[in-house]
Write a protein that binds this ligand. Structure first.
Ligand code: CIR
Length: 255
């Protein structure tokens, strides 16, 4: 069974953390409708949705990806770099405890799950305003015994590593070369985002399918050339909170 852990959009989302974007009004009703459509898309792709309760007082709680990193062997509970977001991790840990042994990032480490890109046994971790070297060391110690190689990656100009690069298909990365250096990813095929779509590097792989924001049609054309099965979703309201498609779920294979 493939599980997708999600959390509803908080009524406090207008007070979300923002780093690279100016604050704009967010239409809560529309954000919730888009989030429900996103969940429906994951369901149609074979995921069982487990929507976590209790995030209403936490503005960014919809972005569950930042609270943990799920491996086949363990789940690592993150320690988000923005202190107000740390209270989000409890409910995520409770859900993951049922499906994986848990480990945790501890102080002085800070890590947002959005900074962790898994590609097979390679794990790339963004060195960002949210994720520091201490956390990368901790993650390395936790997962290298399972055969993963952990590499820290400088990101510039965006919030998280996965704002800049995600895996579109096995061995194929979708990236914005202005935010991350292609040279870091030896052995991978890299597809660049369209220059007019800098936020278009964030795609969510579910098996052989790709969930992708409808806001980036020109980059989508580039992905189409790979013959991937692409499922467009409109996440325009969540994008105003600096969120994208990967950040609204934690996918657990065999969950
Ligand atoms: C934040 O700044 O933490 C949230 N407003 C957005 C988090 C998006 N998370 C993600 O891309 N993994």
């Amino acid at each position: 069974m493939r599980l997708a852990i999600t959390r509803g959009v908080s009524p406090a989302i207008a007070r979300c953390e923002l780093t690279h974007l100016a604050r704009q009004p967010i239409d809560l009703k529309k954000a919730r409708a888009q989030h429900a459509a996103y969940e429906a898309c994951l369901r149609a792709l074979g995921c069982t949705i487990r929507r976590l309760p209790g995030g209403d007082a936490l503005p960014d709680s919809v972005f569950v990806e930042d609270c943990a990193v799920v491996f086949d062997e363990i789940a690592v509970i993150a320690r988000p770099g923005a202190p107000p977001r740390r209270a989000e991790t409890g409910a995520v840990a409770t859900a993951l405890k049922a499906v994986r042994p848990l480990a945790r990032i501890g102080p002085p480490g800070t890590l947002d799950g959005g900074d962790v890109l898994r590609a097979g046994r390679r794990v790339f971790v963004g060195i960002s305003s949210r994720t520091n070297a201490a956390a990368i060391d901790q993650l390395n110690r936790l997962v290298s015994p399972f055969g993963y190689t952990v590499t820290g990656v400088e990101v510039r100009g965006c919030l998280h590593l996965k704002s800049a690069v995600t895996e579109a298909a096995p061995g194929v990365l979708l990236l914005n070369p202005a935010w991350v250096s292609e040279g870091t990813f030896h052995g991978f095929t890299c597809i660049e985002t369209d220059p007019g779509e800098p936020h278009g590097a964030n795609a969510l792989r579910i098996g052989d399918d790709l969930v992708y924001a409808s806001a980036f049609p020109r980059t989508r054309d580039r992905l189409d050339s790979l013959g991937l099965s692409i499922h467009p979703v409109d996440v325009s309201e969540l994008a105003k909170a600096e969120g994208a498609v990967t950040c609204c779920s934690l996918i657990v294979e065999n969950g």
